[in-house]
Ligand binder design. Sequence first.
Ligand code: URP
Ligand code: ZN
Ligand code: ZN
Length: 468
Amino acid sequence: MTDFDLVIRNGRIATASDDFTADIGISGGRIVTLGQHLRAGADEIDATGKLILPGGIDAHCHFDQPMSDGSEMADDFASGTRSAAFGGTTTVIPFACQQKGQSLRAAVDDYHARAAGKPVIDYAFHLIVTDPTEQVLGQELPALIRDGYTSFKIYTTYDDLKLHDRQILDVLALARREGAMTMVHAENSDAIAWLTEKLELAGKTAPKYHADARPAIAEREATHRAISLAEIVDVPLLVVHVSGQEAMEQIAAAQTKGLSIYAETCPQYLFLTAANLDLDGFEGAKHICSPPPRDAANQEHVWRGLKNGTFQIFSSDHAPFRYDGPKGKKAHGTDASFVHVPNGIPGVETRMPLLFSEGVGKGRISLNRFVELTATNAAKLYGLYPRKGTIAIGSDADIVIWDPSREVTITNDILHHNVDYTPYEGRKITGWPETVISRGDIVVRDAQLQSQPGRGVFLECGMPGIPR
Ligand code: URP
Ligand code: ZN
Ligand code: ZN
């Protein structure tokens, strides 16, 4: 007779606020006891010398999202969540994207069908609202929010996705009325179209010109505008995948004014620069994402924002397109203009190890801040806290045991996504998530997947909360 399903002993536990050594008793998928010298569990893990952190929440990733340009995402919910789990993430929140003219409910139903039977870890959905008709705003969206889809992304760029300012105001007003969280992709569409036309006319179509077509000023302007629209409506707004100083200054100024403006950044803005788009041949296409990576000074600025609280969330923006093959980055050939290269890079598995090594390991952020940025704040902002995002009695036993001193060289062949490259090939890091536990089930141990596709459950999100 044992007292627990699983006991993890002697590890150093860190949450967003605490740092202590204890045993963790887990039963029925939940944390039931934190203490010293716990009685026996049916299974036991000795975590002496290891760190025990809440499982990561990747609140911005794209799996099996239908594309309108003929490209195809390489990761579905099986490979995407598998890769996430190996990287220390136990909850993902990808996007159910409405096609213009499509009902939002139909987009959600389609996305559930795509996920069915596949995830190895738990998942929720954000919505992407591209067509805020009266029906969508008046009926579908309020009903979906009540059903647990409490956050949605809107775009200021991409012809098939973008909203006009008036539509943005309508969506923000709905978010205010219903208490939902709006996320915004902020880049000035007309400026990008104008610059792109000039670049193409000048024959400047190589991957590196993607960065020139989407300058920081275009991001700054749209960030400022989105914040202004949110201020008019008096509603919280979360600016996603912020690339550097220009947009950050808009966000920080709004936060200083007391507005509820939140911000997310991603590994590509810490570890890549626009120079990565200028690699030999067409290799730069591997790093095409939007907004594009900037320069070393902007990387430092992003690090400062992670430390000083400008950013609440660190997500991957995993948008998995293969380099080779008919649906990937090279689909239109290696002479194709950058405009025909699908935007997005993989990173769901490397998100946490990169930030742990270069952030915590190099003393740029504290361990508590790491937990806050990679798990706790996402749980709070998207209505999953305290079920997810912390280690506490009653919380789901989503726990990752890290070896803080393990040295790893990132290469694509150690990763578990379905993409044929990683932007971080050859990078040496220290610290790795060794054992990954989701609702008490050991999902990854000894570098092996221990769970079957389909064990992950869909999470209905509660109302968004306020992070620290
Ligand atoms: O280039 C990017 N970021 N692709 C993914 C879609 C998005 O806008 O987040
Ligand atoms: Zn975006
Ligand atoms: Zn994205």
